[in-house]
Design a protein around this ligand. Structure first.
Ligand code: IPM
Ligand code: MN
Length: 323
């Protein structure tokens, strides 16, 4: 019997890149028992379903979830993002969003550990006097000591397996409440890791360093929204967003973790067999590694580290042959 994996191909190019991801995983010999879930913008437009609680409960018994991309232009912003993707992250307590970047040509070899259940994503806030000239909208940032600390610990543990360097990225000079909690937590946890060197960068400066001197980074830990933005930039400096993989992890393993490419559903190129499946394939490698299949994961990564070009299906075929 293989690992039980829920598949959410989703919208646009999502199902196509996931198909190639599964093709390459199959080529490693690792067996998956997959269950397909028809969810995303298209499903929502068809019958109003986003993500029922009963489906989340079903997922709790799985080993992992593998997701392509969700979202369609005809659905208003926020509906699928909050109702599906963020609901998954919150309900399954996927508190670490791990996003590795590796592009030797640009001296890029680092990982971003993005806090994945709090910050401005938590949904705190609301409207007052909506639609009037005196309208007020607030959107708070939620930062709990526990939530921050568990991400910071994950980052230090990861740094220990890598080059033993961990950078906190925040905006402590302006966000004096949240930034203070993050900085104190980071500094206290650092005391337990005397073998890991530390650094701190403001997020705006980090944007410059990503472009000018990315070799300074090994592991970065940061808040949810900063991590969202920085990881798109990370994709841009490391061969494009078509290569950027991610794991939404529950390191406590109280349920399945979810693996997805960083990119979206790309409606502009849907159905043309030209989406780059490498981000999904590398996300599949991260899934295998998390499941304990380190050897198969390493083979997929090695296959992806050599140049490859062609259509979506051709790239999948070539990489499957290489592993
Ligand atoms: C990401 C995406 C999501 C996010 C959106 C689609 C909700 O941009 O995974 O980076 O903001 O986290
Ligand atoms: Mn993003």
């Amino acid at each position: 019997m293989g690992y039980k994996v829920g598949i959410i191909g989703g919208d646009g190019i999502g199902p196509d890149v996931i198909r190639e991801g599964l093709k390459v995983i199959a080529a490693t010999g690792v067996q998956l028992d997959t269950v397909d879930y028809d969810l995303g913008g298209v499903r929502f437009l068809r019958d109003g379903t986003i993500l029922p609680d009963s489906v989340v409960d079903e997922w709790r018994g799985l080993d992992a979830l593998f997701l392509g991309a969700v979202g369609t232009p005809d659905v208003p912003p926020g509906v699928i993002e909050r109702g599906l993707l963020l609901k998954m992250r919150f309900d399954l307590d996927l508190y670490v969003n791990r996003r590795p970047f590796n592009f030797p040509a640009n001296n890029v070899d680092f990982e971003v550990i993005r806090e994945n259940t709090e910050g401005t994503y938590a949904g705190e806030g609301g409207f007052l006097r909506k639609g009037t000239p005196h309208e007020i909208a607030t959107q708070g940032s939620v930062n709990t000591r526990r939530g921050v600390e568990r991400c910071v610990r994950y980052a230090f543990d990861l740094a220990r397996e890598r080059r033993k360097h961990c950078t906190l990225v925040h905006k402590t000079n302006v966000l004096t409440f949240a930034g203070d909690l993050w900085e104190r937590t980071f500094n206290e946890v650092a005391l337990e890791y005397p073998d890991v060197a530390t650094a701190y960068n403001h997020v705006d400066a980090a944007c410059i360093y990503f472009v000018d001197s990315p070799q300074r980074y090994d592991v970065i830990v940061t808040d949810n929204l900063f991590g969202d933005i920085l990881t798109d930039l990370g994709g841009a400096i490391s061969g494009g967003i078509g290569q950027a993989s991610s794991g939404n992890l529950n390191p406590s393993r109280t349920g399945p973790s979810m693996f997805e490419p960083v990119h979206g559903s790309a409606p502009d190129i849907t159905g043309q067999n030209k989406a780059n499946p490498i981000a999904a394939i590398l996300s599949g490698a991260m899934m295998l590694e998390f499941l304990g299949e380190a050897d198969a994961a390493a083979r997929i990564r090695a296959a992806c580290s050599q140049p490859v070009s062609g259509s979506t299906t051709e790239v999948g075929d070539i990489l499957a042959a290489r592993v």
